[in-house]
Design a protein around this ligand. Structure first.
Ligand code: NDP
Ligand SMILES: O=C(O)C(=O)[C@@H](O)[C@H](O)C(=O)CO
Length: 277
């Protein structure tokens, strides 16, 4: 079976560099998708309270017959649960739905206009201390948000999960993460399919004998980021997993680097303040 590299988190734990994302997988389809991903070999699942499918992720893991400690599970605190009572209740629900403590728990969005993410981070420290999660991190945090966490609290986030793909390299934020021993997780790694018909990537796919998705995922891996592409198609799941038996050359990496347009597919974290019901 393909061997996925394990990266070292700043608290001494490890995380598989490749995982499986379940955003936009309907709850009714999630158990089958996660079981198929586990069958392919994925051992890292990225979900969130916002996705509404944690319970089905937990059910798939329980049904898989794979020991829980062999699977790395991430979830994220929802935007409607930054305040203490709501955060405690949401965290208890996640632990119950997932069938036990999380491996990694993230603040999903900073929502800077509400100016509460530092207090929310202190709650995350409490959840880790109480055993609800083995590691804590953030998602969609910009440099000023991280600077406040570093200055005002005592735990450095283990990861920062941000939008990254060839059209949005995010090198300044990634360098800040690295400087502070925070691993970068690249969400929407193939920009939800937007990059798949790019002429430069199509040429690189032909040159390497791989698909565009494989070339792009390999680019992320060689940059050192963690990725978890989403697919409901077991053939694509296997394709996205099969990226550890080839290497892009420095020249091929630089051609992909050259595609950057600083163009987001998803929301701008400084502007996103959506509170779900
Ligand atoms: N923290 C955050 O704010 C966010 C986190 N995320 C996380 O990142 C994960 C991945 O990002 P996501 O937004 O889902 O986007 P991805 O970049 O993973 O792209 C998913 C899309 O690409 C298609 N696809 C997947 N593999 C292939 C392939 N090999 N060839 C062609 N098409 C393919 C899928 O279709 P199909 O399913 O039909 O195969 C789907 O439409 C999420 O599932 C979630 O876990 C995502 C967004 C925000
Ligand atoms: O997928 C996630 O983790 C998200 O936060 C997104 O759903 C995000 O909220 C979005 O794309 C809203 O349009």
């Amino acid at each position: 079976m393909t061997s996925v590299p394990q990266l070292l988190l700043n608290n001494g734990r490890t995380i598989p560099q490749l995982g499986f994302g379940v955003f936009q997988i309907e709850p009714a389809a999630t158990k089958a998708a996660v079981l198929a991903a586990l069958e392919v070999g994925y051992r890292h699942i990225d979900t969130a309270q916002m996705y509404g499918n944690e319970r089905e992720v937990g059910a798939a893991i329980a049904e898989s017959g794979i020991a829980r400690e062999e699977i790395f599970v991430t979830s994220k605190l929802n935007n409607n649960a930054h305040a203490s009572d709501a955060a405690r209740a949401a965290t208890a629900r996640s632990v119950e739905a997932l069938g036990g403590p999380m491996d990694l728990y993230l603040v999903h969005w900073p929502m800077p206009r509400f100016d509460d993410y530092v207090d929310t981070w202190r709650l995350m420290e409490e959840f880790a201390a109480a055993g609800a999660t083995r590691s804590i991190g953030v998602s969609n945090f910009q440099i000023p948000h991280l600077e406040r966490i570093l200055a005002e609290t005592s735990t450095v986030p283990a990861v920062n999960q941000i939008e990254v793909h060839p059209y949005l390299r995010q090198d300044r934020l990634r360098a800040f993460d690295t400087e502070h021993q925070i691993l970068t997780q690249a969400w929407s790694p193939i920009s939800q399919g937007q990059v798949l018909d790019d002429p430069v990537l199509l040429a690189l796919a032909a040159e390497t004998g791989r698909t565009v998705a494989q070339v792009v995922l390999r680019w992320h891996i060689q940059r050192g980021d963690i990725v978890f592409p989403k697919s409901v198609d077991p053939v694509r799941m296997a394709e996205n997993f099969d990226i550890f038996d080839f290497q892009l050359t420095d020249h091929q990496m630089s051609l992909i680097d050259g595609l950057n347009k600083d163009r987001r597919r998803g929301p701008d974290p400084d502007e996103f303040h959506w509170i779900p019901d």
